[in-house]
Ligand binder design. Structure first.
Ligand code: NAD
Length: 292
């Protein structure tokens, strides 16, 4: 087990996956900055952690705002000490799924501003300070299995998450060369029951309205052919362990999985068994595609 001290910062920690990761890191004795654009949600999670005997503060931040991210880095350090774990997790999605040609310029901008530039801002605000520190340190950036096998009807999201994947693996290679004890992991969640499907609440009203009146991807899909359309909303109790790549699991399960991945400094952290068939297809197509 690695030894992390001081502060941990988790963006998008007011809900779902980030909330679960924040709890897990607090359970390891770190002071956790519960960061979210929705302050009430962040405060509720911070209160849960302190009620359970941990140390946490809520920090309202929009990950698109570099100056606010830098102010949060100052606050994390003054409250709990140097940051040893950074989890760039805040993210949004589009519903309904839509064809790339029905995806508006505003859709692409909004998606990349949060899912991609939010990660860059976290990196710029925290990593120079973390480099100046010592001991075990870790960055975790949340991507999606959509980065490994992009989804039809979800091109903008898939592209934003592929950027996070590539960036994190490049950063990891840099850290391996330039530092000791400082790793980077990319988190590939499979389907997790969270509030992600209601991301449109965070958009300006006009953009959100335009976004929901778009022609849904499902209108193009031939129902006689098997195609991923959308994960339906799930009610009731959910398992903590996924037995297959498509099984929706409870968000509370993710924190422990991520903590284990951090302890092992895994390059990839998966919540579900991988889609072996899709990975194999891509691998085989790549291996067969070289010049002859
Ligand atoms: N739930 C899934 O099935 C799934 C699958 C793959 C990847 N992911 C990724 O996991 C991450 C966490 O999502 P989740 O499923 O827990 O969703 P969620 O909606 O429950 O939590 C995301 C949190 O991010 C916050 N947020 C959104 N925009 C923000 C901004 N600009 N600045 C700061 N905070 C912001 C939201 O307020 C919310 O509390 C996302 O990056 C998402 O893309 C989720």
């Amino acid at each position: 087990m690695r030894t992390f001290t001081g502060s941990a910062v988790v963006t998008g920690a007011g809900s779902g996956i980030g909330r679960s990761i924040a709890h897990a890191l607090a359970g390891r004795g770190l002071g956790v900055v519960v960061a979210d654009v929705e302050l009430a949600a962040a405060q509720a999670v911070s209160d849960e952690i302190t009620a359970a005997g941990g140390r946490a503060i809520a920090n309202q931040v929009d990950v698109r705002d570099l100056a606010a991210m830098e102010a949060m880095a100052d606050r994390a350090e003054s409250e709990f000490g140097p940051t040893s774990v950074l989890v760039n997790n805040a993210g949004v999605t589009l519903r309904p799924f839509r064809a790339s040609w029905d995806t508006s310029y505003e859709d692409f901008r909004w998606m990349f501003d949060i899912n991609w530039w939010g990660v860059v801002n976290g990196h710029m605000a925290f990593v120079p300070r973390m480099l100046a520190g010592s001991g075990d340190r870790q960055i975790v950036n949340t991507a999606s299995t959509a980065a490994i096998h992009p989804f039809a009807g979800h091109s903008s999201y898939s592209a934003s998450k592929a950027a996070v994947d590539a960036f994190t693996i490049a950063v990891r290679a840099e850290l391996e060369v330039a530092t000791e004890g400082f790793g980077a992991s990319v988190l590939f969640p499979g389907p997790i029951k969270t509030r992600i499907t209601s991301s449109a609440r965070l958009r300006p009203a006009a953009e959100a309205d335009a976004s929901t009146s778009v022609k849904p991807w499902s209108d193009y899909v031939d129902p006689t052919r098997s195609q991923l359309v959308e994960t339906a909303d799930v009610n009731g109790d959910l398992p903590h362990r996924a037995n297959n790549p498509g099984e929706v699991i409870d968000a509370d399960a993710v924190g422990g999985i991520v903590l284990d991945g951090i302890d092992r400094n895994q390059p990839y952290i998966l919540t579900h068994p991988p889609h072996e068939d899709r990975i194999t297809v891509r691998r085989d197509e790549l291996l067969a595609a070289g010049p002859r």
